[in-house]
Design a protein around this ligand. Structure first.
Ligand SMILES: *[C@@H]1O[C@H](CO)[C@@H](O)[C@H](O)[C@H]1NC(C)=O
Ligand SMILES: *[C@@H]1O[C@H](CO)[C@@H](O)[C@H](O)[C@H]1NC(C)=O
Length: 209
């Protein structure tokens, strides 16, 4: 059972529900929301890490959280540029991306894949599923570059932190499937990670972030 009061207070506390950019259209069963953009200084390397995240499927138990009040209609807020994304609302039985603290082993495993792809300077797409204490999660990972190689100087620890932030955002948003893009040190490397909590029904076989 999803405790919606708990979810609401959690989302409000973390600033995920931003009136004006969020909305729930019951006719089309879609929500609109502002994607995550976060930036922090990585202590290991003293460099800039950026993370952006969005999702395309959301559990219906969370959809009403995105309802906006009439008075915060986007057209009345012309001074603010909001880049909204849309996600499809799916049945309440669909599971949500597992939070970082509940899925430590899978997120460390995924960060390990990212690190080894970087060590191999590999730009190839990898996907699979991993299971842990009663959950299963699908993932797809690919590094891209605007330069000539797919290496990054980011340490595995740094990647674990980024993957965990990604998972927590998707979890708190009620997402069943989502995608995160990372950068380290302002370089040409971009890590793209797609996660799915329902890999059989809603696979993660490509990255879309
Ligand atoms: C909700 O979705 C329906 C169907 O796609 C669309 O016709 C309608 O304009 C949408 N409503 C809003 C307020 O965007
Ligand atoms: C981090 O990166 C952003 C965007 O590339 C840049 O605007 C900012 O100045 C950088 N900050 C540091 C501390 O390097």
């Amino acid at each position: 059972m999803v405790n919606s009061h708990k979810i609401i207070s959690c989302l409000l506390a973390l600033g995920f529900v931003s009136p004006g950019s969020a909305g729930y259209n019951r006719t089309s069963q879609t929500v609109t929301y502002t994607p995550l953009h976060e930036e922090w200084i990585d202590e290991e390397s003293n460099s800039n890490v950026t993370l952006s995240a969005k999702f395309d499927l959301i559990n219906s138990a969370y959809a009403s959280l995105y309802d906006k009040e009439e008075t915060t209609d986007l057209s009345k807020r012309t001074s603010i540029t909001v880049i909204a994304e849309a996600a499809t609302v799916i049945g309440g039985t669909a599971t949500v991306i597992i939070a970082a603290n509940s899925g430590v082993s899978i997120y460390k495993y995924i960060a390990g894949i990212m690190k080894s792809k970087s060590d191999d300077n590999s730009c190839t797409l990898t996907w699979g599923t991993d299971t842990g204490d009663g959950y299963v999660e699908g993932y797809a990972y690919e590094a891209t570059t605007t330069g000539s190689n797919c290496e990054t100087t980011a340490e595995k620890k740094t990647m674990v932190k980024a993957v965990e932030k990604c998972a927590n955002y998707l979890h708190d948003s009620g997402a069943t499937r989502g995608c995160c893009k990372m950068n380290h040190g302002g370089g040409t490397w971009r890590g793209h990670l797609r996660l799915s909590a329902e890999p059989t029904k809603y696979p993660a076989h490509s990255v879309t972030c």
